[in-house]
Design a protein around this ligand. Structure first.
Ligand SMILES: Cc1cc2nc3c(=O)[nH]c(=O)nc-3n(C[C@H](O)[C@H](O)[C@H](O)COP(=O)(O)O)c2cc1C
Length: 396
């Protein structure tokens, strides 16, 4: 992909990764992704904002073929998919200086062993004059690492936001073409990596409020040329109350837990509460993360294996705990053969979820009429809890 003009002297550079299907060896990428870098050329100086995934350095270097001098490399986030190519860029441009937050500077040294004398720490609000183009650095910690910042180009009203407002989408078009598709991808991205830091995200959104923005240029996905909606959506994901929705990740090796899951689902739906099921043997954890962002209740369906929860259920519980969902109610259902500590083990895995635990429902082997009655009572408790909290239907 060639570089693309965004405004006079401002270009998108970077690599579109159509093939990638997994990020961080964890997160599915149904739509691939892109690693966006940006070039800002003033009358006196030239700056590159962020770089690309190291495997795609050649693409970036080719786009820079007609750029003889780089004065600054702005490293907004030390994660390797944006910073990993900086070492090679410093060799190609021996005059270039890297600008990062103080924490970013330390991390670039720790993670990449970048020479410290080539990296300069910038304070919140520092300005960089390039000649008719002025970049202002805005420290925005915890989107999604401690060192993150964004840069604002006043003359063109462009916010270079790095991972903030990002989405994993591979596309040939620079600007958002299908807001519905991007909204889902951006929500998936938010749910997977930003959700645990919702209070910091809200503070950072407050910090950006009032900044005139003609464009938001993130480090993954398409550029927003009408950015208001993504800012509003991000605030909603960060702050909205949970919805009248149950997220129900489950496993069932021989069908017993599945029967319980299906009964509970029918009981909830009949009482007006939505349910999203995730068979963990085949589930997309990105979709699970999105449901965890919205759900008022989480129920884990886990058969007992080797005296504890099935490992896939344990994995889901670990993930849910790390994502710190807003859910107010939690429960466990599942089948066992002779005995074990499934409930104790799972309950001990979710200390970050500040939710009321509703009576778990376990049964030996196939569910019985008593099991179904207990599942009906669980459904009633969830519905009553949601009504008491005033949870409304999920918006998106
Ligand atoms: C590999 C394996 C290990 C198991 N370990 C236990 C166990 O430690 N304790 C127990 O009560 N049941 C154990 N079971 C039995 C299952 O929990 C039981 O068959 C249950 O009904 C399966 O539910 P499902 O049909 O939803 O998979 C084990 C089953 C398998 C396949």
């Amino acid at each position: 992909m060639q570089k693309k003009l965004m405004a006079p002297g401002v270009y998108w550079l970077g690599a579109v990764d159509w093939d990638r299907r997994l990020f961080d060896d964890l997160v599915p990428l149904p739509d691939g992704t892109s690693y966006n870098a940006y070039l800002v050329q003033g009358t006196d100086k030239t700056a590159l904002l962020d770089a690309v995934e190291p495997a795609m350095t050649d693409t970036l270097l080719a786009q820079l073929a007609d750029v003889p001098r780089l004065d600054y490399i702005i490293s907004q986030h030390a994660e390797q998919d944006h910073s990993g190519a900086i070492g090679l860029l410093l060799e190609r441009y021996p005059e270039a200086r890297v600008m990062a937050t103080a924490k970013g500077k330390a991390m670039l040294h720790d993670l990449l062993r970048l020479p410290e004398d080539r990296v300069e720490a910038v304070a919140d609000g520092d300005r960089l004059e390039l000649g008719g183009k002025t970049l202002t650095f805005l420290h925005l910690p915890w989107v999604h690492w401690p060192e993150t910042m964004a840069s604002y180009l006043a003359e063109d009203r462009i916010l270079f936001s790095c991972d903030f407002f990002g989405s994993h989408i591979a596309a040939s078009e620079l600007f958002v073409t299908d807001p519905c598709r991007v909204r889902e991808a951006a929500k998936r991205y938010f749910a997977e990596i930003m959700a645990p830091f919702r209070p910091m995200i809200e503070k950072n959104l407050d910090k950006l409020a009032g900044l005139p923005m003609a464009m938001i240029a993130p480090s993954h996905g398409q550029v927003y040329d009408k950015p208001d909606w993504i800012v509003a959506a991000t605030r909603q994901w960060a702050t909205a109350a949970p919805a009248n929705l149950v997220a129900l990740p489950f496993v069932s090796m021989h069908g017993s837990t599945r029967r319980m899951v299906e009964h509970l689902t029918a009981a909830l739906v009949a009482r007006g509460t939505a349910v999203e099921l995730f068979n963990l043997a085949v589930a997309d954890v990105g979709k699970l993360a999105m449901a965890l962002l919205d759900a008022g209740t989480i129920v884990v369906g886990a058969p007992t294996v080797l005296a504890g929860p099935h490992p896939l259920a344990a994995h889901a519980a670990f993930l849910a705990n790390a994502l710190r969902p807003k859910a107010k109610f939690l429960s466990i259902i599942g089948s066992y053969g002779w005995g074990g500590r499934t409930v104790e083990v799972l309950a001990g895995m979710v200390p970050n979820i500040k939710a009321e635990v509703l009576e778990p429902v376990l049964c030996k082997g196939l569910p019985t009429p008593e099991t179904y009655a207990a599942l009906d009572r669980l459904a009633e408790a969830i519905v009553a809890g949601h009504a008491a909290q005033g949870f409304a239907a999920r918006v998106d």
